[in-house]
Write a protein that binds this ligand. Structure first.
Ligand code: FES
Length: 181
């Protein structure tokens, strides 16, 4: 399941203070750094945060410290990036973060209905995580796919279009099965 970070990543979220860049993460960050001149390492900050989030499940204070140290930026500058963009999880989330667009064009085509459906099915509100740690529900701004409303995003990567009740139930079943693997 490409849109989900590993179960271990979710488990690791509780141990945020122990996070250190893995060799695999360093290798991926090095590849990003290679795209920019040596004196512009900070240009790789967004990719670096995304790489760590994939690995760790969220951008913890320790992730910010690690990224800052590795690419040579002030931690506060890295934190500003992490808190500005909503694709970064600045607190622990479930294995699958479900983002639902509720901006007006989507609302006019059942976006709100899709959000309410998910809240009822999962028994949680926006910004909450199911007790089993599988799902976190988020409200998103326009994803630039208004014609496909209602629109959702799974773990910032997988776009889901025309999410009526039937498709939402199928998605939840698929992700629940993936969570057990
Ligand atoms: S308003 Fe939902 S994708 Fe644009």
């Amino acid at each position: 399941m490409s849109a989900g970070h590993s179960p271990q990543a979710f488990a690791n979220a509780a141990q945020a203070k122990t996070y250190r860049l893995s060799d695999a993460a360093k290798k991926r960050i090095d590849k990003e750094l290679g795209k920019y001149p040596a004196d512009q390492r900070q240009s790789a900050v967004m990719a670096s945060l995304a790489i760590c989030q994939d690995e760790h499940g969220w951008v913890s204070p320790c992730v910010i410290e690690e990224v800052a140290s590795y690419i040579g930026m002030a931690p506060i500058a890295v934190q500003e990036v992490a808190t500005f963009y909503n694709m970064y999880n600045t607190s622990p989330v479930g294995r699958f973060k479900l983002g639902v667009c509720t901006n007006l064009p989507c609302q006019l085509r059942d976006g709100k209905k899709a959000a309410e459906f998910l809240k009822t099915r999962l028994g949680i509100d926006f910004n909450e995580t199911t007790p089993d740690g599988v799902f976190t529900l988020k409200e998103l701004e326009c994803l630039g796919a208004c014609g496909d409303a209602p629109v959702m995003l799974v773990n910032n990567k997988r776009m889901c279009s025309f999410m009526d009740a039937q498709k939402l139930d199928a998605l939840l079943a698929e992700l629940r099965a993936a969570a057990k693997e």
